[in-house]
Write a protein that binds this ligand. Structure first.
Ligand code: FES
Length: 178
């Protein structure tokens, strides 16, 4: 009877599955470590340019998204071409909730996050006074070339408040807005 040549040898050379899985796990760990290293070096680079607060609000933005049926809403596009939106929920003349969205840069995300945090729980007249300078101060400053990102956030908040005030007494008119 003919023997299959080399069959004993080929069964020995089959790599056991557990070794393969171990190797995969090792590769995944190495990948994780190099990713962490990369992340740390990106954060170290950011720290050379931005404050801790700016980095925190950029990496963990607060109030990102939409508020359904907002009492005040604005969409503003700055001279750089980036857009920010702000939604407000207002009760008894006070900002009960605020959210933002932007397609802009990291500093604009940090500024939108900060300005909505600042406005929450303020009276409308207090929130209206939040300026670019206030946002910059709260963020611990931005590089000069990014200061306009804080202006975009402050301006969008002001427009959202204007929008709230315009419909405050006749909110039903929102249904006819286009
Ligand atoms: Fe446009 Fe920052 S560069 S908002």
């Amino acid at each position: 009877m003919g023997r299959v040549k080399g069959s004993a040898q080929s069964s020995k050379s089959v790599w056991p599955v557990y070794l393969f899985l171990e190797e995969l796990e090792k590769m995944a760990q190495e990948f994780d470590e190099s990713l962490k290293g990369l992340e740390q070096s990106v954060i170290a680079d950011m720290k050379r340019v931005y404050s801790e607060k700016t980095i925190d609000h950029f990496l963990n933005p607060r109030n990102l998204g939409e508020i359904p049926t907002p009492d005040g809403f604005a969409r503003v596009t700055g001279p750089c071409g980036d857009t920010m939106e702000i939604c407000l929920k207002v009760r008894d003349g006070r900002v009960m909730d605020a959210s933002f969205w932007t397609d802009g840069c990291g500093p604009s995300i940090a500024s939108g996050s900060m300005v909505t945090e600042m406005a929450k729980r303020m009276s409308i007249s207090e929130a209206q006074k939040i300026s670019q300078r206030d946002v910059l101060a709260a963020l611990g400053g931005l590089p000069e070339e990014s200061e306009h990102c804080a202006l975009l956030a402050a301006d969008t908040l002001k427009e959202a408040i204007k929008n709230y005030l315009a419909f405050k007494d006749e909110p039903w008119k929102r249904a006819y807005m286009r």
